[in-house]
Design a protein around this ligand. Structure first.
Ligand code: SF4
Ligand code: SF4
Length: 82
C-alpha cells in the first residue's frame, strides 16, 4: 500500500511560505538552506499528508509542488526536520 506526499522542487521555490501556512497537517516547513535562486525553500518534513492538494493550489510557482496520492514514498522524500 502506498502513501501520500508532496514533492517540492527545491530550485523552483521562492520561499513565500504559503504552502507551509496552508498545510493542515504541518507537513511542510521552511528550511534554512538557500536554493540556486537565493531563497530559503520549503521542505516536506512529516509523513502525515492526505494529498488534499492545498499546498499545490497555494503555491504561486508553477511546478514547484507536486502532490502524490497513494504512491510509494521515495527514499529521501521526507527531508528531515521535526
Ligand atoms: S497535499 Fe495537503 S496534506 Fe499534503 S502536504 Fe500538501 S497541504 Fe499538506
Ligand atoms: S508555496 Fe511554493 S514558492 Fe512558496 S514556499 Fe511553498 S513551494 Fe516555495
Amino acid at each position: 500500500m502506498g502513501t501520500n506526499y508532496a514533492h517540492i522542487e527545491t530550485d523552483l521555490c521562492k520561499g513565500c511560505r504559503l504552502c507551509v501556512e496552508t498545510c493542515p497537517h504541518g507537513c511542510l516547513e521552511m528550511g534554512t538552506e538557500i536554493n540556486k535562486l537565493g531563497y530559503q525553500y520549503a521542505r516536506f518534513v512529516k509523513d502525515a499528508c492526505t494529498a488534499c492538494g492545498l499546498c499545490y493550489y497555494a503555491c504561486p510557482e508553477p511546478e514547484a509542488i507536486t502532490v502524490y496520492r497513494d504512491e510509494p514514498v521515495p527514499e529521501g522524500a521526507v527531508q528531515g526536520g521535526s
